[in-house]
Design a protein around this ligand. Structure first.
Ligand code: XCC
Ligand code: SF4
Length: 630
């Protein structure tokens, strides 16, 4: 019998309830209350049949009014709304990627940003046909960063990194005419296509949705991942802890939240500065604890072992502990609620990016040139705020799990090598994994990704599905808030092997890995794309034939749909537990759940019943195995 126990969801929920009691004492609002005020949601919005892209409208489709004033029907309206949703997500990820490229462009040996993984930079340069011999590594970094920035607006041609895909995938993209051109062009073209009086043909709108998604996954997000690795180091397995109990009542608590590691990396650096620690002690604290929320947390966890306080729907909870001196944010997934909420406590809500300005925050603008000085100012602000803490409001739930994180593709290959003792080149091989899948020791793999969403009991779908899948010998790779959901209950503890079927358990023991592999933040789903492409190459089949599926059971953001589109377009069936706002058009729904299979050999499944969703994924994996004859 297994001794290992996960933290039950009930305990997490009880912790949240207790935090809301503190909130009630100080008159704090919380998303749980706002959800009540917002339900039931607008039916037109839910089905995607409200159009407000011109001022003859807004127009809403009903049985009595089947067309908008311009004559657009439900299919056109739903398709356009969907494409705009994807464009929003692709723009967001890709702009994050662009910021990373800009930071790399300014990296210097005596500045705040360095080249920590020169080998990776050289690998990319060779991939892009850039001469590396005899070049200073920083000159090379600037040259590559400049070229990478050029990918956003390249005049002709398609994204450089498409060549990483398996050959058949590349052919499919070409045939379907969905190879992404310049990243900005695809976003811009999507807005153009959806302007009043342009496309209303679902097929054209969905094709562009896939193309825009691909510009994200194989363009902007990949740049975010690759160049973050170059500057901050390619992740390797590292131990950390997760859940709200990582905050320390005796220390100054700084919580980093958002997505761009350029900020959080430096905040972490200064929090370790002896001068800052001495200052914290002067204020009566024992030290400084930095922990993270959302993808920024994933970034610093996998590179530095910084503990993970929680995911998206935990962001208010960290303030409600009463022990958060500062919540420092950069971009994306930040509740505007943090402003008013922080005012109920001593917490400083520090915004740092011109992209993300919010009322009731202290704005300390962060830029490449001033990064070091601003990071120091931020840490100091937090430390000096310790004395303003109200002890009677402090309550940190004592929930904490162990986690091993940091499974970049490079790290996975290396880990597999240790199992087989094979001598491989610098980029490694996935052959041992192929063998495990072929023999059936592992039945397949699921990429668990995406947010949590109050429409689903928070994290219950992520955790429930992961438990079910690993028990069925299906390996999980996870990223984003899904990864954090896993970490905070213990699924990234190596001991969680006890919850696996016999085959997967044995692989976990041999390879010394947890059954749920943390592959990083949401831009790092680009790592998963290269993983499946390499897996297909090593297995000698197409991506769409692999017993591998993708799943976002609790997603909420535009970015998540952009991700879904590039995952599907890469040939991986994708399962969503929250239905996108397309149900108002059977034509669009049928395309997404079936029709696009003709183009990319994969499609979506929408299934809000999480048990069924899990069964369907297992079924699909087994179907793929049967088709391969394994
Ligand atoms: Fe945001 Fe990336 Fe979603 Fe989490 S998973 S809520 S998008 S932080 Ni990306
Ligand atoms: Fe209405 Fe057409 Fe304008 Fe949309 S584009 S708001 S459907 S008139």
């Amino acid at each position: 019998m297994s001794e290992f126990k996960l933290i039950p969801n009930e305990e997490n929920e009880a912790a949240t309830a207790r935090l809301l009691e503190t909130g009630a004492k100080v008159g704090a609002d919380a998303y749980q209350f706002r959800v009540k005020n917002q339900t039931p949601h607008c039916k037109f919005g839910e089905q995607g049949i409200c159009c407000r892209i011109c001022s003859m409208g807004p127009c809403r489709i009903t049985p009595k009014a089947p067309r908008g004033i311009c004559g657009c029907d439900a299919h056109g309206i739903v398709g356009r709304n969907f494409l705009r949703f994807v464009a929003g997500g692709a723009a967001t990820h890709s702009d994050h990627g662009r910021a990373i490229c800009e930071t790399l462009y300014h990296a210097s040996p005596d500045g705040a940003y360095h080249v920590k993984d020169p080998d990776k930079l050289i690998r990319i340069a060779k991939e892009w046909g850039v001469e590396t011999e005899g070049k200073d590594i920083y000159d090379l970094a600037h040259e590559i960063a400049y070229l990478a920035l050029g990918e956003y607006g390249k005049v002709f041609g398609v994204q450089n990194w498409l060549s990483r895909a398996e050959a058949h995938t590349q052919e499919l993209w070409k045939k379907a005419d969905i190879e992404p051109r310049a990243i900005d062009r695809e976003v811009s073209c999507s807005l153009h296509m959806t302007h009043m009086g342009n496309s209303s043909l679902p097929e054209a709108l969905i094709r562009q949705s896939l193309r825009t998604g691909l510009a994200d996954g194989w363009g902007g997000s990949m740049a975010g991942t690759e160049f973050s690795d170059v500057m901050f180091g390619t992740p390797k397995p590292i131990d950390t802890t997760a859940n709200l109990g990582v905050m320390n009542a005796e220390n100054v608590n700084i919580v980093v939240h958002g997505h761009d590691p350029s900020l959080s990396e430096l905040v972490c650096d200064y929090a370790e500065d002896p001068e800052m620690i001495a200052l914290a002690k002067e204020q009566g604290a024992k030290g400084i604890t930095v922990s993270g929320v959302c993808c920024t947390s994933n970034e610093v966890a996998m590179r530095r072992g910084i503990p993970m306080a929680g995911n998206f729907l935990q962001q208010e909870n960290v303030v409600l502990t009463g022990a958060c001196e500062a919540i420092v944010v950069d971009v994306q997934c930040i509740f505007p609620a943090l402003g008013p909420l922080s005012k109920c406590f001593h917490t400083k809500f520090i915004t740092t990016s011109p992209i993300c300005r919010m009322p009731d925050s202290d704005y300390i603008e962060f830029s490449v040139g001033t990064a070091a000085e601003k990071a120091k100012q931020i840490v100091k602000t937090a430390v000096l705020n310790f004395k303003n803490r109200k002890p009677e409001l402090v309550h940190i739930p004592q929930l904490k799990s162990k986690a091993t994180v940091g499974y970049s593709l490079e790290a996975i290959k290396k880990q597999l090598d240790t199992v087989t003792n094979s001598q491989v080149d610098e980029t490694g091989t996935l052959k041992p994994l192929v063998d495990c899948i072929t023999s059936g020791v592992i039945r397949g793999a699921v990429a668990m990704v995406g947010c949590n969403n109050p429409k689903v009991r928070p994290d219950s779908a992520h955790i429930g599905l992961m438990k079910k899948l690993i028990a069925n010998d299906i390996l999980i790779v996870a990223s984003g808030c899904s990864a954090q959901a896993a970490a905070r209950v213990g699924l990234m503890d190596k001991a969680a092997k006890d919850l696996c079927g016999d085959g997967l358990k044995r692989v976990c023991e041999l390879a010394d890995i947890p059954p749920v592999l943390h592959m990083g933040s949401c831009v790092d789903i680009s790592r998963m794309m290269v993983l499946v492409s390499d897996l297909a190459k090593d297995a000698g089949c197409h991506v769409s034939q692999l017993p591998v599926v993708g799943c976002a059971p609790e997603w909420m953001s535009e970015k998540a749909v952009s991700i879904g589109n590039y995952v599907v377009a890469t040939g991986i069936d994708t399962f969503l537990g929250v239905v996108p706002q397309v149900s108002g058009s059977d034509q669009v729904t049928n395309l997404l759940t079936g029709g696009i299979r003709d183009w990319v050999e994969a499609a979506y499944t929408f299934e809000p019943d999480i048990d069924k969703l899990g069964d369907e994924m297992i079924e699909r994996i087994e179907e793929k195995r049967t088709a391969l004859g394994i």
